[in-house]
Design a protein around this ligand. Sequence first.
Ligand code: HEC
Ligand code: HEC
Ligand code: HEC
Ligand code: HEC
Ligand code: HEC
Length: 389
Amino acid sequence: MNVRRSIITLCLFLAIFLAYRFVRPLQIFVVSPEFEVPIDIGAVPVGLDSVSAKSCGKCHTEIYEEWSSSMHADAWIDPYFQVDYAFDGYPQICLNCHTPLKGQQKDLVLGFKDSEKSDPILKSNRNFDESLQDEGVTCAVCHIRDGMIIGPSGSDTAPHPVKRDESMSDGHSMCRRCHMVMGDRWDTFYRLPPCGTYGETMEAGRKPECMKCHMPEIERPVVPGGEIKKAKQHLWQGGHHPEMVKKGLTVKLESIELADSSIEYKLSLSNSGSNHRIPTGTPDRHLTVKFRRLDENMKTLGEKSYKLKRTIMWRPFIVDLWDTRLKAGETRLFSFHVNRQDRPVFIDVEVRYHLLDERRRRRIGYENKEPIDYSIFYKRIEVGKNVKN
Ligand code: HEC
Ligand code: HEC
Ligand code: HEC
Ligand code: HEC
Ligand code: HEC
């Protein structure tokens, strides 16, 4: 009798515990010590009157324009980020990558009320600078430490002191902090951390070499009229730039006539131009491959589609379920079989990139002004005509 009662009590506890795991706020990120507090860059460097990107841009005009065109400049004002941040209940941890400087955060973190560090003790920040907050991942995030500008070579002709810093020029160290969130927690079972691009390069046995592709080399003066040097474009293009995604993928399509006069269409998709998975970054990003049979009036007779995405179970525990994205260097084949008796006249083949899917867009209430997906490859083939590209 007693044993039975104990089992019932235990099951009850378990049910309540699991139910709680379904309703409590979701904690995607493990807060490791480096993410407990924002980055402190110290005083404004001697010779400068502000640490804002706008003020650097007075002299570093081209770099400023490039940075402005990148998602780093939009990391805070990005409407998708803003909606998602509100939907998640404004977790403090988001700020440490999207507005990582002490001066960019409204509140200072004095400590935490809970062991998971999800509930910070906050005090209003007297040095909060709202316009600096709007600059997101601004110049100072990478270039100012201890009140000094840090740079790849340590120029002595600059109007501000520059300290040479090895991590600036090794091609990847600068990127690790935010493009791979490390840390263990008892209820979290990631194979790769979220936004884990940096980790994906190691999974593929590759060197990270982030800057080789995301900060392409160029010869130009550091300031207008200066000496021409080897420099790096501050572009950081990714999923928001269709041309960049196209650069990463090689698409080939061919048709094969089979003995029974049916046709096999084969699409091969290779991650030939990146050192990480494609798509990479947040688990929202995905690719779709779609084949469609059409009749002479362009009416769809049938279709087949594939999704390349990382699927994570978030509740009751975080578990990486499966990952169908392309690893660096990987080639995958997708095929579509067509019988002539079905009378298709055309076959449509399309590869699309999605920043997020429609269901999630609606769930979080994000009213996008820009499309959330776009075409990477599209071809309409007349059935019976050979294709090879
Ligand atoms: C995400 C980090 C990051 C941000 C943000 C960033 N930079 Fe850089 N910057 C770098 C790295 C890394 C290098 C060194 C590249 C190399 O030479 O290997 C660099 C190089 C430079 C150089 C040296 C010349 C060159 O082109 O290599 C200047 C000047 C510079 N940055 C200015 C700026 C300004 C101004 C901003 C803001 C408008 C800015 N940076 C934003 C990472 C960053
Ligand atoms: C008044 C003009 C001016 C302003 C403002 C200015 N810089 Fe510079 N900066 C220069 C000059 C000039 C150089 C040296 C150019 C050269 O070496 O050819 C330089 C060099 C640099 C370098 C290269 C260091 C290296 O190792 O090669 C970095 C990085 C840099 N600045 C970052 C910044 C950042 C970040 C800001 C804003 C917080 C800023 N600068 C504001 C004029 C300026
Ligand atoms: C302080 C944190 C931080 C650092 C350091 C950083 N990034 Fe980022 N990066 C971000 C954030 C946050 C975003 C996304 C902004 C958004 O879309 O809201 C981003 C976006 C990007 C994107 C574009 C993604 C897209 O959606 O198009 C690329 C590419 C990128 N970063 C590469 C780099 C590289 C290369 C480095 C190293 C030189 C680097 N980042 C350093 C935080 C950082
Ligand atoms: C050989 C070239 C190459 C190297 C090296 C490389 N990338 Fe990329 N990266 C790409 C291409 C191409 C894309 C566009 C495809 C995509 O978005 O998945 C991309 C996309 C991205 C994105 C966009 C993700 C998003 O959400 O839109 C981020 C972030 C990024 N890379 C970061 C990095 C970081 C960090 C490193 C270093 C660990 C790195 N990349 C190394 C080529 C490269
Ligand atoms: C460890 C750093 C880090 C933290 C913490 C972080 N992010 Fe990000 N976030 C990134 C990076 C890097 C990107 C862009 C590249 C990518 O997709 O990985 C990004 C991209 C995004 C995007 C996609 C933006 C776009 O326009 O496509 C959203 C939305 C976002 N983050 C929301 C959040 C929210 C909400 C939180 C807090 C719960 C958060 N992030 C915490 C690093 C971080």
